[in-house]
Design a protein around this ligand. Structure first.
Ligand code: NOJ
Ligand code: CA
Length: 559
């Protein structure tokens, strides 16, 4: 094994203000022409990421996987899926990324394995009562002959969270049936993940994104407690049998000890999808993971009150625990934000997707305008920002993928009620023409819509007013501006115009109204295509900010 050196930086806190770019490896770039994105593909496109100016990439799972859930079903947590490359490819990617000043974060999936993981196969063979079964959550069924599931727990992907095995016992899977849940009361499970963290940290990775971080600790006491309805409001006090239990924090305190064995310490960010509450931020405590995804911005719609409320709450809650703030607009799990914001407030996204996007027509210009403004807003907020591949191109959701190409297990498990998440996972367009728009030489594992070419990366580079150039400018400027976590709202007297102050006196304004508003100062950046940021403005001759646009500026002296 060729070891990469640990990352060169000595900055322990780089992640607190980082711009992190999520790579969904199968959909980023395909180097060997088999239609599946791979690690050499990511490596071949590092210049795109370096020019974007991001601090780190987060790689969604690239581990060996039968792909029952896009790679979140893992058979070996310490290897690379042969379709995506080798460990040598991984090392080369880390080395090249570090040379360009880009850090690497990998995904850790500790709640479940694949049903093809050697442990699960051993558990099936070993039978009821065995130590092998103790690594998972096996139970006898209820009802006549044990033919009913042991509890009424529901899978996030639809249907029961229990599957019966050939010998009659049942196992728990909070996601697909191919993703059996691990038993975190088992010492071997705990050791396996501590060793997995060390394995990747030794290879030079700079941090970890922790999948469904809130569900590892479960109340498995007999009889199993009811958790009947995932849509109901969770108790949010640690009393739920499956989610966000107090004991889970002890696991992360033990992980922190591993992160701190390295210099600089490895960073971590928790993924938790319980409704955002004060408890969400606890995962980000400095003696635990340090950071937790705050999805409240991602869940907010294009509405001034919603945006103001979630930003205020997130900043207050994060500040109170000493963790670092995070902001997210898009990911591989939700419809792309350009699409979301173009739909009227209150649109049922699931229904809209199920209609192949026909339920409400989408105006791509509105989508672009609002998405650009939202990005300028997000990148002005204190803390770190997580971008999802393709958003820097202004990509929309591929809403009309035909049912027969869908791969997300959500589609099958909901009896085709929900379309699933494939629409945001369509392979990226790099060039306006050519085989799979430059993604690879031989098609793509999900079909790209014909309009994808219009969003290709290559022609956007260097083109004034393109979304890619906006991202580049904003990230570069942010690097020169953001120093600390100072944030203060400034009352604009207009409920539809948000304005806040950051460190060193620069400010951000977001105009959600239908009319232009004056910018009271010198423009540094605007989300408007074709505007000329940075031009001199006098004390009275202020620029105007169009409807549905955002700007960064230095306030005029009398402000
Ligand atoms: C969250 C991941 O982001 C998602 O893609 C996956 O399906 C579930 N966790 C299960 O691992
Ligand atoms: Ca490939």
């Amino acid at each position: 094994m060729s070891m990469t050196p640990p990352s060169a930086t000595t900055d322990r806190d780089w992640w607190r203000t980082a711009v992190v770019y999520q790579v969904y490896p199968r959909s980023f770039a395909d180097a060997n022409g088999d239609g599946i994105g791979d690690l050499p593909g990511v490596r071949s496109r590092l210049s795109h990421l370096a020019e974007l100016g991001i601090d780190a990439i987060w790689l969604s799972p690239f581990y060996p996987s039968p792909l029952a859930d896009g790679g979140y079903d893992i058979t070996d947590h310490r290897d690379v899926d042969p379709r995506l490359g080798t460990l040598d490819d991984f090392d080369a990617l880390v080395t090249d990324a570090h040379e360009r000043g880009i850090k690497v974060i990998v995904d850790i999936v500790p709640n479940h394995t694949s049903d093809q993981h050697p442990w699960f196969l051993e558990a099936l063979r070993a039978g009821p009562g065995s130590a092998e079964r103790r690594r998972y959550i096996f139970r006898d069924g209820t009802g006549p002959g044990g033919s009913e599931p042991p509890a009424d727990w529901q899978s996030h992907f639809g249907g029961s969270a229990w599957e019966r095995t050939d010998d009659g016992q049942w196992y728990c899977h909070l996601f697909a049936r191919e993703q059996p849940d691990l038993n975190w009361d088992d010492e071997q499970v705990r050791e396996y993940f501590l060793d997995t963290l060390r394995f990747w940290a030794d290879r030079g990775v700079d941090g970890f994104r922790i999948d469904v971080a809130h569900s590892l600790a479960k109340d498995l006491s007999h009889p199993l407690r009811s958790q009947p309805d995932l849509d109901r409001v969770l108790p949010l006090d640690g009393s739920d049998p499956l989610y966000d239990r107090d004991e889970v924090h002890e696991i992360y305190r033990s992980w922190r000890k591993v992160f701190d064995e390295y210099d600089p310490p490895r960073m971590a960010v928790a993924e938790t999808w319980t409704p955002t509450s004060s408890r969400t931020y606890l995962y980000g405590r400095p003696d635990e993971l340090g950071q937790v995804f705050d999805f409240s911005l991602l869940k907010a719609e294009w509405h001034p009150d919603q945006l103001r409320t979630v930003i205020s709450r997130s900043i207050e809650e994060h500040t109170s625990i000493g963790g670092a703030m995070t902001w997210v607009l898009s990911s591989h799990d939700v419809p792309r934000h350009a699409t979301r914001y173009a739909l009227p407030v209150g649109t049922d996204l699931d229904a809209w997707l199920s209609s192949d996007g026909t339920l409400v027509p989408l105006d791509p210009e509105v989508a672009a305008r609002r998405a650009r403004a939202a990005t300028v807003l997000m990148l002005a907020l204190p803390g770190s920002a997580y971008l999802y591949q393709g958003e820097e191109l202004g990509l929309l959701e591929a809403a009309d993928l035909p049912a027969d190409v869908l791969q997300d297990p959500v589609h099958e498990r909901t009896g085709h009620q929900l379309k699933g998440r494939d629409g945001c996972r369509v392979p990226l367009p790099w060039t306006p023409e050519g085989s799979s728009f430059g993604f690879g030489d031989n098609g793509s594992w999900l079909p790209q819509p014909a309009w994808f070419g219009a969003y290709a990366a290559a022609p956007q580079g260097g083109r004034a007013g393109s979304t890619l150039e906006l991202y580049r400018q904003a990230i570069a400027l942010r690097r020169s501006l953001v120093q600390d976590e100072h944030f203060a709202w400034i009352d604009t007297g207009d409920a539809e115009v948000l304005r806040f102050e950051r460190s060193e006196g620069w400010q951000c304004m977001v105009n959600l109204s239908a009319r232009p508003v004056p910018v009271p100062g010198q423009l540094l950046l605007t989300s408007e295509p074709g505007s000329e940021p940075g031009s001199e403005t006098g004390r009275t001759a202020y620029a105007e900010l169009s409807s549905e646009a955002a700007a960064w500026f230095r306030p005029a002296r009398e402000e």
